[in-house]
Write a protein that binds this ligand. Sequence first.
Ligand SMILES: Cc1ncc(C[n+]2csc(CCOP(=O)(O)OP(=O)(O)O)c2C)c(N)n1
Ligand code: SF4
Ligand SMILES: [Mg+2]
Length: 318
Amino acid sequence: MNETKIEIPNRTAGNITSVPSPALPGTEERKGLTKKDVAADHPTWCPGCGDFSVLALYFKLIEKRKLWHEKITTVAGIGCSSRFPYFVQANGAHYIHGRALPFASGISLSRPDLHLFVFGGDGDAFSIGGNHFNHTSRKNIKMTYCVMDNWVYGLTKKQTSPTSPLGFKSKTDVTGALDQPINPMKQAIAAGATFVARTTHTNPNHVLQMMEAAMDHDGFSFIECLSECVEFYEGAFDASNPRKGGVFNEVPKEHDVTDEIAAYKLAGEAFPGKFGVFYKVNRATKNANEAKIIAAAREKTKGMKDWQILQKNFDRLK
Ligand SMILES: Cc1ncc(C[n+]2csc(CCOP(=O)(O)OP(=O)(O)O)c2C)c(N)n1
Ligand code: SF4
Ligand SMILES: [Mg+2]
């Protein structure tokens, strides 16, 4: 019979000076995820697209706030910006055009332990998904919604979007956009969103700051993040970029974020306007309201088996 020889290293010789003892189960500290851990496919965006910086800052947020793979959920609709979940190595869904919010609402209401982030574009959010934006805002369902606003439909190659300014020439408005654009900030406030902030991809520290503040808000937190489409609307946001001769002005320190009228006034300023948190109030979330109803129902049916509850309901319907 062959004997297997086990090599035992000489701990005093060579460069083996110490061998770390294995950590006891449950005592090892879990390291925060790095970009390497959460980055999936290489983004298929055009070189220079503003969406790259939003993704990079999302990775930074995950690392900085020690969010774990199993606790991050990234949802989006359809569009260039909505490709976002493909590039994040964690749970997520690239859902139907304009329907990211209802899908995310189901996740939020059933899994309150998750950090739920929804990303998407101006077309996805305010055109086909416009109604969902209003209703998710008023219902105050806990999630963070970051709209990467580039004032155009990028994926479908340059159609007018609800945020395209008057006169913008596109494939659907060859002589220039005729319709009054919507103002996302005003719309979010009016619809009942409880956290409304504005940022721009050209100021990374500010984007991260807004993402953190939004994530910490207990309710529906909305961020309008200007994100330039270099292919179909180059230079759209130059006036907000100091490196392009523009100005980046933050919301004044004395602004009262609970003052709806003051927030509305800020939202009405001409471009480039201000950047920061315009509005933030506490109002019961749908998550909390539903949880109360569920707890009360559970109390009433305490000790009953599932089939007995079901039977009781059927009997009631007779
Ligand atoms: C039901 C449906 N209607 C239309 C489309 C075509 N479509 C795909 S993305 C898009 C607009 C995307 O614009 P936006 O949300 O601003 O994202 P961007 O590409 O600019 O990031 C449209 C109209 C579709 N995929 N599904
Ligand atoms: S088309 Fe525009 S929005 Fe889409 S990836 Fe290219 S630059 Fe970005
Ligand atoms: Mg767009």
